[in-house]
Design a protein around this ligand. Structure first.
Ligand code: OGA
Ligand code: NI
Length: 359
């Protein structure tokens, strides 16, 4: 056993999938979190199960008499959690299933094939990796991923994995459908803030979409590690598809709440850009990923963001004598520079560096 552990540790890159497939009885030491950061699985301390997290029926948005009800529900969910699930969102279940299928096939490829796309450079348009950044992480997370720019699709799709052969087509269809859904959600979110329907959309029209396809293989010791550490997403919105339970969000009392798996639903999470644009009326949601002993969990995080160099600041319409701007401006590029120059970025969230001292 010691032998196995040692030889795996000596490799500079070992994916979580490789560890799972080799049948390690324990996680290597680099995955073991300090006790205070472990997920407390099966205990009720600091964690709660909640079936009352908001689930919004998006078909209401298309019904003139019911739209305002949906907007109100979105407003409540964004204020309380920065999070909601959506049903009747218009993305066909076959598109979702095909995307998950392609992802399963990708992660099942031989290591050498996936390593063709490995990179620790966060500016790379297509990047396979493990943990958050295998070359700089002090503690490792039980997660493999392939991340790629996805909008406009024709600009990026040729760089996507050519194996499995169906990947580009199946993930491409999901990416386009998600991009459309994200536009509808931004309109509804702008409206829910009392802004022009197109307010956020005008700013994001030229924006980027990055799809992170995450794989959290079954883990021998889920109680000592995590799939992803607590963080908020940097963009405007993240639309998340999960194949089974594992996501947890932090509520206003700093309790971790397990997000229930709802067949056919998608998860919407507010990112830092919406927190800044809304001047803090809405907050980006802090979330983390737990792993489990029995199933490989997959997720698609579609991260939508403003153009790389576009500076974003609180909407002037939301500011007046009583409501001063609570955040400084920032661009997506500022964020990328922050995470690539700051190894401890998990300790201090980027958005906290933007807060004005009076808030
Ligand atoms: C992310 C993320 C959650 C999940 O990719 O930013 O938070 O369930 N993913 O994979
Ligand atoms: Ni996230």
């Amino acid at each position: 056993m010691e032998e196995t552990k040692k030889s795996l540790l000596d490799d500079s890159f070992t994916s979580a999938m490789t560890l799972t497939n080799s049948g390690v009885p324990q996680v290597p030491d680099r995955y073991v979190l300090p006790p205070a950061q472990r997920p407390a699985l099966g205990s009720s301390i600091g964690t709660r199960d909640d079936t009352t997290l908001p689930v919004i029926d998006l078909s209401l948005l298309h019904q003139p008499l019911l739209r305002s009800r949906a907007i109100h529900e979105i407003n409540m969910a964004c204020k309380e959690f920065g999070f909601f699930q959506v049903i009747n969102h218009g993305i066909p279940s076959s598109v979702v299933k095909d995307a998950l299928d392609a992802a399963t096939q990708f992660f099942d490829l031989p290591v050498e094939e996936k390593m063709l796309l490995v990179s620790s450079d966060v500016h790379q348009p297509v990047r396979y990796g493990t943990s958050i950044n295998h070359s700089t992480d002090k503690v490792h997370y039980w997660r493999d991923f392939i991340k790629h720019y996805s909008h406009p699709l024709s600009k990026w799709i040729d760089m996507w994995p050519s194996n499995p052969p169906c990947y580009k087509d199946k993930v491409g269809k999901y990416a386009e459908a998600t991009h459309l859904l994200h536009k509808q959600l931004l309109e509804a979110i702008s409206e829910s803030l009392g802004l022009e329907k197109n307010y956020l959309q005008e700013q994001t029209e030229e924006g980027s979409q990055v799809i992170a396809v995450n794989c959290y293989p079954a883990c021998p010791e889920p109680e000592v590690t995590l799939g992803m550490p607590p963080h908020s997403d940097f963009g405007s919105l993240t639309i998340l598809l999960q194949s089974s339970e594992g996501l947890q969000i932090m509520d206003a009392n700093k309790n971790w709440v397990c997000v229930p798996y709802i067949e056919g639903a998608l998860i919407v999470q507010l990112g830092d850009q919406v927190e800044v644009m809304s001047n803090g009326i809405y907050k980006s949601v802090i979330h983390r990923v737990t792993v489990n002993k029995h199933v490989n969990r997959l997720s698609f995080a579609s991260l939508h963001s403003l153009p790389l160099h576009k500076k974003i600041s609180p909407a002037p319409e939301l500011l007046d004598g009583n409501n001063a701007a609570a955040y400084g401006e920032f661009s997506f590029n500022d964020f990328l520079n922050y995470i690539s120059s700051n190894n401890d970025f998990l300790q201090e969230r980027f958005i906290d560096t933007l807060k004005k001292s009076s808030s």
